[in-house]
Design a protein around this ligand. Structure first.
Ligand SMILES: Nc1nc2c(c(=O)[nH]1)N[C@H]1C(S)=C(S)[C@@H](COP(=O)(O)OP(=O)(O)OC[C@H]3O[C@@H](n4cnc5c(=O)[nH]c(N)nc54)[C@H](O)[C@@H]3O)O[C@H]1N2
Ligand SMILES: Nc1nc2c(c(=O)[nH]1)N[C@H]1C(S)=C(S)[C@@H](COP(=O)(O)OP(=O)(O)OC[C@H]3O[C@@H](n4cnc5c(=O)[nH]c(N)nc54)[C@H](O)[C@@H]3O)O[C@H]1N2
Ligand code: SF4
Ligand SMILES: [Mo]
Length: 699
């Protein structure tokens, strides 16, 4: 008999709601949850390939302890009890000798992050970090500097927009299903899309206007757009008067600041014709406030990124598009829906931790970065220099430091110094293969996880329920953490035995029962979307309670709210700016060995402009070496007119070196090997697009 299980996809971090069909404890079909507006049955290629992850024989199948040098691939199969005893004994010794702060726990934020954070607080270490800074730390800081909110607290009303402007936000490949479906609805209704990227990709192909901007010069473009909007008084006056802090001073000051950043000036820097910049400013102003200047995630990561992201958010404020249909909105949580908060174990009382964070997040190095996430790009520096103290153990849960932090060679050299490396993973990732102990987690189709509270115009709750039993001797993450805690005499902070205990604890104050999820797999807490009143009701969380163009957060930390534009010199002859990104068929570094997805995109190639390639004697399809100050990789060249001559591009996530991942073993090159570890020290993100590389043909 076929059973139907509502759950949440986890082939990528977007977590689309899914409906899974199960026969004889095996998955026969996965589709998007048909009841969820915006999803309506849709699933992406990666979501469909979840079946291949479940059935993969090349994923870890039982706990293992390393028996030879790190990364040599010599293992001993052990029981869960032995693996956990081993880790706990090592941790006890490390904590006794070096203190709890010498233990670092890194993970890609997930539904059980409140449990991992509980573990670290109970242990007495400040050093839990997430991937956030590596992804969009400067976007987070930019939003807090202007609005007091973090970027996850901001939503985008794609379905009703009249014009969307995307800076390297390759939304049709680096996708989120709901966003893409809603944007397609808007485009079908006549909305315009402007796409800015030194590369012509799928999103560019669907845009009304594509600007092949000179890499790294987006801030110049934005200063010129602000110049036109203020000079021609194209902004939303009512919004500015009501919500821009000290608008009588701020707007003239901003106008003065951008005085010399004319469209003609920007044309020279960006390569975008001046009259086109003026045309865009006028076009968007005509349809304001239903305008989205997308603040983006990954494109254009440079050392001045915070100022670039701030300029995008300021453009939204000038369009009055905050809390406007077709623009951006502040997400409403359970409280706005009149409910109690979702239970989190991390809200318990813990012994006070006095040690600073290892990465200087929210402290000495990154004073205004979001220290609830940390700055993992400092990992190698902290270990190598014992700055601010010795680090001895690293636990990675769903996080891949050997591919997701720039300068992999440097990271590997630093990790070699650790006394303990533990990986909790569903794949034989580089870090899993390198670790001392590998604790294999059950896949998302085989486990339940903490309930997901989704804020938005209509707050909702979703649940990941196990669809089938584990194929191998694997365990859910929440079980692994609790078992480890038990062995460290910290079990009292984890008052649960089963996933149902966790769910019931989480729901206790919300006024929702587990059975409420049965019918459709989710619960919507209000009938109508919650919009704040644009005249009276917007609650900015800045000190002034308004939108702060001059930011108290930044100025109090002695960072200027604006910086003059520094021209970007073209790379020297033979050098290129390395740009990286994603593709629709893969998730970061996770899916390259997936049977189906590997077939769709088996390796990455180096995009290089036709004229640049000709000068270097590089022919389409030949092997090239891409090298920087920190490393070199080899991959095939894709010679194309679809990329700016100053840049080269490669997909992230390839060039893996784990022999048991036979499908992706040594296919293509890893961007992280070549990228230098340079950061935007104000916003907190690594400047992943800053590295200059040399390219040479190998044939
Ligand atoms: N299929 C798929 N979808 C995903 C993900 C995934 O792994 N796979 N991951 C999700 C996550 S976590 C994230 S953060 C998002 C990322 O989504 P995006 O932010 O859209 O990121 P990327 O795919 O990295 O694309 C970055 C683009 O920026 C361009 N770029 C580089 N330098 C510059 C520049 O100087 N100026 C401009 N304007 N553009 C530049 C590159 O050419 C590239 O096309 O995708 C999410 N969606
Ligand atoms: N060089 C470079 N670095 C980057 C980026 C880049 O483009 N280039 N992009 C940045 C961005 S946008 C992001 S969001 C981060 C992402 O960085 P990561 O979080 O490191 O990347 P992911 O591919 O999402 O997953 C990491 C690990 O989680 C494992 N995994 C997958 N599912 C599960 C699961 O259910 N349980 C467990 N325990 N493990 C699981 C995968 O096998 C993989 O080893 O990387 C950032 N770092
Ligand atoms: S975007 Fe695709 S892979 Fe990501 S959660 Fe949704 S269906 Fe799954
Ligand atoms: Mo990301």
């Amino acid at each position: 008999m076929t059973q139907e299980v509502y759950s949440i996809c986890f082939m990528c971090t977007v977590r689309c709601p899914i409906r899974v069909l199960v026969e004889n404890d095996d998955v026969t079909w996965i589709e998007g949850n048909p009841h969820v507006p915006g999803i309506e049955g849709a699933l992406c290629a990666k979501g469909s390939a979840g079946i291949a992850l479940l059935r993969d024989t090349e994923r870890p199948q039982y706990p293992m302890i390393r028996t030879a040098a790190r990364g040599a691939g010599q293992w001993r199969r052990v029981s869960w009890a032995e693996a956990l005893d081993y880790v706990a004994d090592k941790l006890k010794a490390i904590v006794a000798q070096h203190g709890p702060q010498s233990v670092v726990f890194g993970e890609r934020a997930n539904l059980n992050t409140h449990i991992s954070k509980t573990f670290m607080k109970a242990l007495g270490s400040p050093n839990h970090f997430t991937h956030d800074a590596l992804c969009k730390g400067s976007v987070n800081t930019a939003f807090r500097s202007l609005t007091g909110y973090t970027d996850p607290e901001i939503g985008i009303d794609y379905a009703n927009t009249k014009h969307i402007i995307l800076y390297g936000r390759n939304i049709f490949e680096s996708l989120e299903i709901k966003a893409v479906n809603n944007l397609m609805k808007a485009l079908a209704k006549g909305a315009k899309m402007t796409y800015i990227d030194p590369r012509f990709n799928v999103t560019a192909s669907k845009a009304d206007r594509h600007w092949m901007i000179r890499p790294g010069t987006d801030l110049a473009l934005n200063y010129a757009l602000i110049h036109v909007i203020l000079n021609e008084e194209l902004y939303d006056l009512a919004f500015a008067v009501r919500w821009i802090n000290d608008h009588r001073q701020e707007l003239p000051a901003l106008k003065k600041f951008v005085e010399n950043y004319t469209p003609e000036w920007a044309e020279k820097e960006t390569g975008i014709p001046a009259q086109e910049i003026v045309a865009l400013a006028r076009e968007v102003s005509a349809v304001k406030p239903a305008v989205i200047f997308h603040y983006g995630y990954r494109g254009a990561h440079h050392t001045n990124e915070i100022y670039f992201r701030r300029s995008i958010i300021i453009l939204n404020a000038l369009m009055g598009s905050l809390e406007a249909p077709g623009g951006l909105f502040f997400k409403k949580g359970l409280k706005a829906a009149g409910r109690g908060d979702i239970g989190k174990y991390v809200s318990q009382e813990f012994p006070k931790i006095t040690a600073p964070r290892f990465d200087g997040s929210g402290g000495a190095k990154f004073p205004i970065a979001d220290s609830s996430h940390g700055n993992p790009q400092m990992l190698a520096h902290a270990i190598e220099n014992e700055d601010p103290y010795p680090i001895k153990a690293l636990i990675c849960n769903r996080f891949e430091p050997l591919q997701s932090i720039p300068d992999s060679n440097g990271v590997r050299r630093a990790l070699d110094k650790l006394d303990l490396v533990v990986a909790i993973d569903v794949n034989f990732s580089e870090i899993a293969w390198y670790a001392d102990v590998l604790l294999p987690e059950s896949t998302y189709l085989e486990r339940g996880d903490s309930i997901q509270a989704v804020s938005g115009l209509k707050p909702q709750l979703f649940i990941r329920k196990p669809a089938v039993s584990p194929r191998y001797d694997t365990k859910p993450g929440w079980w692994i953490i609790k078992e480890l805690a038990n062995r460290l005499d910290l079990g009292r902070y984890f008052p649960y035995d089963t996933i149902e205990d966790i769910w019931n604890f989480q729901l206790a104050q919300v006024g929702v029962k587990l059975a409420d999820f049965d019918k459709k797999g989710f619960v919507t807490l209000v009938d109508d979307p919650i919009w704040w009143d644009r005249e009276k009701g917007i609650h900015f969380k800045t000190p002034s309670g308004k939108f702060e163009i001059t930011s108290a957060l930044m100025e109090n930390a002695s960072f200027p709210s604006f910086i003059p534009y520094e021209p970007i010199a073209p790379p020297p002859v033979g050098a290129f700016r390395l740009m990286v990104g994603r593709v629709a068929a893969h998730t970061h570094v996770s899916t390259q060995n997936n049977l189906y997805l590997n077939e769709l995109v088996p390796e990455n190639v180096l995009w290089i402009n036709t004229a640049s390639a000709e000068k270097l004697g590089i022919k389409d399809g030949v092997q090239v070496e891409v090298s920087s100050k920190v490393g070199a990789v080899r991959l095939k060249a894709k010679v194309t007119d679809f990329i700016h001559p100053e840049a080269v591009f490669m997909l992230h996530g390839f060039g893996k070196n784990v022999p048991v991942q036979t499908r992706c073993y040594q296919k293509g090159g890893s961007d992280a090997v070549v990228q230098e570890n340079i950061s935007d020290m104000v916003g907190g993100s690594p400047a992943l697009d800053e590295t200059l590389v040399q390219v040479r043909p190998l044939a």
